[in-house]
Design a protein around this ligand. Sequence first.
Ligand code: HEM
Length: 511
Amino acid sequence: MSPSPPRLFALCRRGGSVGLWTRTLVQTRAEATKLKTIDDLPGPTLSKTLFWLFVKGYADKSHLLQGVQKNLYGPIWRSKFGQFDLVNVASPELIAQVIYQEGRYPVRAELPHWKEYRDLRGQAYGLHVDKGQEWYRIRSALNPKMLKLQEVSAYAPIIHQVVEDLLKRIEFLRARSPDGVSVSDVTAELYKFGFEGISYILFETRLGCLQEDLPKDTERFIAAVNDMLTLSEIVVIFPRWTRRILPFWKRFVQAWDNLYDIAQKLIDSRLADIQTQTERGELTEGLYLTYLLSSDKITRSEIYISVTELLLGGVDTTSNTLSWALYHLARDPRVQDRLYREINAVCADRRKPSVDDLQAMPYLKAVIKETLRLYPVVPGNGRFVTENEVVVDNYWFPKKTQFHLCHYVVSHDHTQFARADEFMPERWLRAARVTPGPFRHHPYSFIPFGVGVRGCVGKRVAEMEMYFALCRLMQHFEVRPRGDDCATIQAKTRTLLIPAKPIDLRFLQRA
Ligand code: HEM
């Protein structure tokens, strides 16, 4: 008897010979069942897609379009749009099937416009553009001090320093507000926190992003991230000849120039410090950048681009997640109270939490998980499978098929998550998850940091930043919506999922 597909996938993962396995599976199944092909998939016509995007207004709500299309076509469908030809998968089982066949060196998506920019400026490709063994070599150099728990614990004092500055900043802003307790656009403040935190880890230097006068380059970086992420979705749609008349490509290049320039300056300045210290015979102890510079695994130009990408990945993500967490805590005093009680029980008298303390705070972790379930910062991920032919559901796909993994719709699926639209951190507590019942779900229905060797390199740093920040904020303040304003704030997509309107909150001092 031949194993069922899920078991075959499991065998394949353990066996390691993915290519061989996939060929065997494809041949056996193609012969046995006459698999369907991409042309048999349902999906919208180009005019329908344009209608949804630009008439129905889904252009900046592509996360919601996942649900609309899933309802119409089922959990797997094709969308063709300009040069895009996507196979969308929108159930945990099908996402798992794609991931199991992603190959040894998974690729998220071809980014021809990012590659073109790198070629234009003669830069190294970096994590997002490099492929195969080249990508893996860079990734292997970046991983150890980002993903090993023990190594990441060394950043705890640094993160705490930045969190203390965030508390001071909140204190300052609320004191300055008309009612003495409000902070407008919390995300903008958390953005500065995210940038300061990741920069301190990377460059071992404080930039002062949480000071009253924002450093010019920080402002420039934040604006450039916004431009680059917005324009990245636009430039790729228009044919090259339009660049002579439309402003988008020029602005996209300018945004990347700014990002790269700022990262390069910061790296060079740290390099100069190291050199001076070495000349003085001082022992150079450092964190991430020093480690990268002393590693012989990647070149200087790869360090420039990798650090730019780490900065890029480390700012929007944590800041938006923390903003949504505070937004929900402000609207749900019951959840906030439970969180506060847990934090207070582990770290009484506003003691700063240690990495070990976090182990005793399951509800804190549950709040962050539930936030990421409702607002996955990366609402749709991708896999461009180049190494293998792929079988998903009952379809066969050739090599170089682009899959779109619809995480947003899956993590809002009522068949996976009971009361899926509600903010219920308790669903993540161990007792709820191990007991058969409404809180059990498929593991691939919630993978906000991605999965496997290509998964998020900053996951551990991000988690530590968010846990420490939320803990300290709760120890000091009770958060409430501003005034009676309990209005719902929708999410929108700008490559990443972000609040569509500023989140304004009151921070009431705890006794
Ligand atoms: C709430 C926080 C964060 C979330 C939800 C998040 C999510 C993700 C996701 C979904 C991916 C794609 C993974 C895949 O394809 O399987 C990714 C990749 C990546 N993330 Fe994060 N991220 C977060 C924070 C960070 C931070 C703090 C950094 C920097 C320190 C970072 C740097 C990166 C980089 C460089 C990649 C590309 C990795 C590669 O292609 O090899 N992320 N992230």
